[in-house]
Design a protein. Structure first.
Length: 256
């Protein structure tokens, strides 16, 4: 039995995220119930599970977009309580990519990427521009740097969103269904970018039902249902022989 307050970040020397006994409620509804998750530096985790199981809520709590109601979250040695200074410092280290891109429509692609490094990291304009162009080149979109988001395809916008997050030089990247709003022909270009990032050693937690990606990249698949982690394992064993009935039922629905 784990005890309240038993997490000591120094006991998890290779852990960049430690989630213990996490509880999140929306009014009377419990969206996350006693969730435990440790993410090691460099680890790639794929989070999957049925709609409403709490996947987005969990990664939103890690980034403190949602306030949790119980348990502990430690990111890079900083416990996330509701102190604004801590929240801001953690958000600098945690990059987040959403299903719906969330680029600033009134800023060009390169300006989207320059904004936070200038405002939050204190980079000068030329420094921020150089960094932004480097990362736009990495996601193969530097030719579009002066366009506005609405002038790009969905796949291109999502690659800009990834470059924008990387411009903050985060220690971990969280992805919430980054390809599920894309037309099928654009999914691959975004997944390729994510595979490349994984190959460079980035720590990643990805909510996705892209099984090919999970098999290729994930060290661990974490399966959630009804606000709890129900099963976890290496992709090969999870996808071919899930242990729980709930995971079996879920995989039957998504694998055709
Ligand atoms: N702001 C909110 N207010 C009330 N309930 C919420 C809120 N956000 C999420 N929920 C509820 O919490 C539960 C978990 O939601 P969450 O978005 O984390 O699920 P999910 O696993 O990401 O689902 P999906 O696969 O559909 O994205 C759902 O029942 C959802 O309705
Ligand atoms: Mg979700």
């Amino acid at each position: 039995m784990r005890q309240e307050g038993a997490v000591n970040p120094s006991n998890h020397s290779s852990a960049i995220v430690v989630v213990e006994n996490l509880v999140k409620r929306f009014g009377g509804f419990t969206a996350l119930n006693d969730v435990h998750l440790t993410v090691a530096k460099g680890e790639k985790i794929v989070l999957c599970g049925p709609s409403g199981s709490g996947k987005s809520t969990l990664i939103r709590c890690i980034n403190h977009i949602e306030k949790h109601d119980g348990g502990r979250i430690v990111v890079d040695g900083v416990e996330l309580v509701n102190r604004m200074a801590d929240i801001n410092s953690v958000r600098c280290e945690v990059g987040m990519v959403f299903q719906s891109f969330n680029l600033f429509p009134h800023l060009s692609v390169v300006e989207n990427c320059m904004l936070a490094p200038m405002k939050v990291r204190g980079l000068s304009r030329p420094e921020a521009h150089e960094r932004a162009m480097g990362l736009l080149r990495k996601v193969r979109i530097h030719g579009q740097a002066d366009k506005y988001p609405a002038q790009l395809s969905g796949g291109q916008q999502q690659r800009v969103a990834i470059a924008r997050a990387l411009c903050m030089q985060p220690k971990i990247m969280l992805f919430d269904e980054p390809t599920s709003a894309l037309d099928p022909e654009m999914v691959k270009e975004v997944l390729d970018t994510m595979v490349q990032l994984a190959g460079e050693g980035m720590t990643m937690v990805c909510v996705t039902h892209e099984i090919g990606f999970a098999r290729e990249v994930a060290d661990r698949v974490v399966f959630m249902d009804q606000g709890s982690i129900v099963e976890e394992g290496e992709p090969a064993s999870f996808f071919s022989s899930p242990r729980t009935e709930r995971a079996k039922g879920f995989l039957n629905q998504i694998i055709h």
